[in-house]
Design a protein around this ligand. Structure first.
Ligand SMILES: *[C@@H]1O[C@H](CO)[C@@H](O)[C@H](O)[C@H]1NC(C)=O
Ligand SMILES: [Zn+2]
Length: 184
């Protein structure tokens, strides 16, 4: 019993040391299988931040529902092979796996093959995401570096820095533009 507790504690400490947030896998949120996938050459040099301009969500059930709706829209209306983003971030403080670490996304034209696309669930034009979501995103960036999917010398950008769009919203853009390694 004591040994088991130590093992559980140690693995929790290791996960924290790796800087990885809680990631809800595709099977956990009930993803459809992708129609196809193109391998991403990692570590990539860029992280690109988005917002989904859909609903905000604050728990596992509602965030999972939101992510499923986005996947359906991307696959059925846009006719993409899968949900566009590599990961999505909820105001429940959880990260939801999209295409994941090693598949090319569909989130930023001309930049997909050299970046990871992280998208906050909600519309962040007028107000930023809560602290739980912001912390999860920063932890996800550190996790990407430590796991070797993102270069140590990475550059952080907002979607609007690479394509003509207002994404990720003025309020969220204001926050990420003060984060480490941001360059417009
Ligand atoms: C996002 O919020 C802004 C500000 O409230 C609003 O003008 C815009 O229409 C919203 N976008 C969508 C797609 O709902
Ligand atoms: Zn975007």
């Amino acid at each position: 019993m004591l040994l088991l507790m130590r093992v559980v504690l140690l693995s929790a400490l290791c996960a924290a040391a790796l800087g990885c947030p809680t990631i809800i896998t595709r099977s956990q949120w009930g993803a459809r299988p992708p129609r196809s996938r193109v391998p991403l050459k990692t570590p990539v040099p860029y992280v690109i931040i988005h917002h989904t301009v859909g609903n905000r969500c604050f728990n596992l059930a509602s965030c999972s529902r939101e992510v499923k709706g986005i996947q359906n829209y991307h696959m059925d209306s846009n006719r993409w092979p899968d949900i566009g983003y590599n990961f999505l971030i909820g105001e429940d403080g959880r990260v939801y796996e999209g295409r994941g670490w090693s598949t090319v996304g569909a989130h930023a034209k001309n930049w997909n093959h050299k970046s990871l696309g992280f998208s906050f669930l909600g519309n962040f034009s007028n107000r930023p995401p809560n602290a739980a979501a912001l912390n999860a995103a920063q932890s996800l960036i550190q996790c990407a570096v430590k796991r070797g999917f993102l270069r140590r010398s990475y550059t952080l950008k907002g979607h609007r820095n690479v394509n003509p769009t207002s994404c990720p919203g003025n309020a969220l853009y204001g926050v990420i533009s003060r984060w480490p390694r941001f360059k417009a």
